[in-house]
Design a protein around this ligand. Sequence first.
Ligand code: TRP
Length: 387
Amino acid sequence: MASEEMVVTPWEVAGEIDYSKLIEQFGTQQLTDRLLEELRKYTGELHIQLRRKIFFSHRDLDWLLEKYRMGEKFVLYTGRGPSGNVHLGHVIPWIFTKHLQDKFDAKLYFQLTDDEKFLVSQNLTIKDTLRLTYDNALDVLATGFDVKKTFLISNVRNVQTLYKVAVEVAKHVTYSTAKAVFGFKESSNIGIIFFPAMQAAPCFLESAISGRNVPCLIPAAIDQDPYWRITRDVAPKLNYYKPAQIHCKFLPGLGKGGKMSSSMPETCIFTTDDPDVAAGKIMNAYTGGRATVEEQRRLGANPYACPIYYYEMFLFEQDDVKLAEIENRCRSGDLLCGEHKASLAPKVVRFLMEHQKRREKAKDVVSECFIDPCDKELQTSLGLEMF
Ligand code: TRP
């Protein structure tokens, strides 16, 4: 796979990913131990996704923490493009976002870009994407967010609230900039050309609603960074703070190389998978092992080329000592791949069963979690109360 060129854009992630190179290319900052130390002051023990450098890069996190120290609370913002079922790769940053919500007692705006997915898809109707918005929102809530502090946004349904901020942003982004950043072509439809303004808008929503500047932190996978580059350039022109970011890596798929991809269902565990089917996917996964047992015993395997190991690291083995043990046993040839898969599978099954239970419960509350376009108070605070 090393020969395949690395591609990381909001629409495509391919090849072997060199995360240090991405920091350089995108011009973000590495999450240093010093900064993690700073975070620890507020969160206590560092979350596993920080200890294990799954969140590895940022913009202005130091600034945001300094504001927090001075008494300015921030809002969190993240999102999901509802193009299909949610898989574990999507849930990873949400789990971390929930941790931040808990520790900083922060409000969360969660955007579901049904407009975007309709605009870029060959076959999804608006109705399909709205259905997926509802469906994916259940997974968002099943992650455990505090429903009193979590505000879901369906771009199509809640545009009345978002549009005011989106047009303000759009006025300051030229076509030539958008084209350079996102690779739009003459043949691109005009909806998708406006869309970056829709994704930028929630960064400023809390400020627009409250009438004062409120810092915003976006935890998300690093492929979304191009949106924030544009948003950050526009922010000072609108007298808003630039949104801060914290970026994570991608959970690998169960096949060889690359990100988990919904278009290859055998490579992802979907949150709605029957747990037994998911266990089967684990048992059939590619690994970093050798061709024969004899070779593996003699030479050991490579955990860093193995999705099974990464599943443990990203989510399923929370205990650092046990994770190190897995790594050592794998390297030494003591742990065979079949054995390792068989011990991971029940953990995945348990996770899915619990998630699916919470997902069912979410059905009772989900509609109240969306921003309400008829909310008089909200519309008044945005200056939309005229008639
Ligand atoms: N464009 C993102 C996607 O396709 C969805 C999204 C919207 C998002 N706002 C976001 C992701 C903020 C992360 C943070 O998945």
